[in-house]
Design a protein around this ligand. Structure first.
Ligand code: NAD
Length: 393
């Protein structure tokens, strides 16, 4: 079939297998242009098919020579629907990794469930013995609790007061005002249950109990802080409460793993265009301004550059891991630099529908968004007939 983008709100319901493979290859090429890293050899990546998790898997495999097991929740092609982008990314990654002589297997299923944890443990036992790196990079709108069976949905709301701010409809370019309502206590609790640290803790407990976590292993999960502009909706909002919980989990896990020479961290990454970040109100307008400023200053980074820096310049330097006063790794120092934020702020005050294209990098945002689904990749023939049916596993 000939596959074109079909954008509905903040998702694209089609994905292009050849374009997704090109996007994965571009990230592999970047890693191969960088010095090798003496890092993990057997890595488990939970949330491995898109965004930061996929970039970490690529960096671990191609900068460190790691064998990897991935976990993701993607859909294969069916009848007249394409597979999801993460499915095609995974197929392309596995093929490239195996060609490079690296082991790569992926479990496609609900990472929050006991069954998927057990399936992964069995795979580790059979193929690795133990893992020395566990990356937790899930972003999900809901979670079914494996013990109680309760299903929690996460919300992107403020806490306490409503918040009114500029926002953009990325696809029409219309800048409007949006008011985000405060969450109820139940919504706050549910968001923490989905995006907080409980499931990460459950993974680490299960891996340790099964004896498949190596002595000296590292585990890392991802967080975000962001600027004053998005504070009410992000860091001081429901998702921020979940990140507080994730960060507290890292400190607890670190205490525990230290006894066996291991370590646990949260890494605070920069804002990038992913399927998850496009769903947050206000954030896409901020990212469009941020990209303009960071590109002009020669500071722009995407997931793959950030994840290379995480492995090469933070986790596996051979020395102490630099952390902030709350024990967090910081990869957002360029985003939060004073001159960068001052320029973003000045653009923010002036931006309207009429000057959006001049003041922001909305074109770069749209391009990055389409590239998440394998569109807008150079060298891909989008008029060609392609087979949407691709295998992973
Ligand atoms: P993403 O949407 O690109 O990736 C999410 C991954 O989780 C995918 O691999 C998906 O298949 C997997 N997943 C979701 N639900 C699952 C389930 N039930 N079972 C198994 N797999 C499941 O998201 P992302 O933006 O890369 O986010 C990853 C982490 O990075 C999150 O913790 C996020 O808060 C953090 N982060 C993101 C940004 C940003 O700007 N995007 C910035 C800093 C930190």
């Amino acid at each position: 079939m000939v596959i074109k983008p079909k954008v509905r709100g903040f998702i694209c319901t089609t994905a292009h297998p050849v374009g997704c493979a090109a996007h994965v290859q571009e990230q592999i090429d970047y890693i191969q242009s960088q010095p090798r890293v003496d890092g993990p050899k057997k890595a488990l990546i939970i949330g491995s098919s898109t965004g930061y998790g996929l970039a970490t898997r690529i960096a671990a495999a191609f900068a460190c020579g790691a064998d990897t097991i991935g976990v993701c929740f993607e859909k294969p092609a069916s009848d007249n629907r394409t597979a999801t982008a993460g499915w095609y990314n995974t197929a392309a990654f596995e093929q490239a990794a195996r060609q490079a002589g690296r082991f790569a297997k992926t479990v496609n299923g609900d990472a929050f469930s006991d069954e998927v944890k057990q399936e992964v443990i069995d795979l580790i036992r059979t193929h690795f013995g133990q893992v020395d790196l566990v990356v937790y990079s899930l972003a999900s709108p809901r979670r079914r609790h494996p013990r109680t069976g309760e299903t929690f949905s996460s919300v992107l709301k403020t806490i306490g007061q409503p918040f009114t701010s500029k926002t953009v409809d990325v696809h029409t370019g219309k800048v409007t005002e949006v008011t985000v309502q405060p969450a109820t206590e139940e919504e706050i609790r549910d968001t923490i249950a989905v995006m907080g640290g409980e499931d990460w803790q459950m993974w680490m407990d299960a891996l340790e109990e099964a004896g498949v976590l190596a002595d000296g292993a590292t585990t890392v999960a991802y967080s975000y802080i962001g600027p004053e502009l998005t504070r009410a909706i992000y860091r001081d909002g429901t998702i921020g409460k979940a990140k507080d919980d994730l960060e507290a989990t890292a400190l607890r896990l670190n205490e525990r793993l230290r006894a066996r020479g291991g370590r646990a961290f949260v890494s605070v990454n920069k804002a990038v265009v992913t399927q998850s970040s496009s769903a947050i109100p206000v954030v896409p307008l901020y990212i469009s301004l941020l990209f303009k400023v960071m590109k002009e200053k020669g500071l722009h980074e995407d997931c793959i550059q950030q994840m290379y820096r995480l492995l090469a310049h933070r986790l596996y330097t051979g020395g102490e891991v630099p952390v902030d006063d709350q024990g967090r790794i910081r990869l957002d120092e360029l985003e939060l630099r004073e001159d960068v934020q001052a320029a973003v702020m000045s653009g923010w005050e002036q931006v309207t529908t009429d000057n959006l294209a001049q003041l922001t990098d909305i074109a770069g945002y749209r391009r990055d968004f389409l590239r998440l689904f394998g569109f807008e990749m150079d060298g891909v023939d989008y008029e060609a007939d392609v087979n949407p049916d691709v295998a992973i596993g």
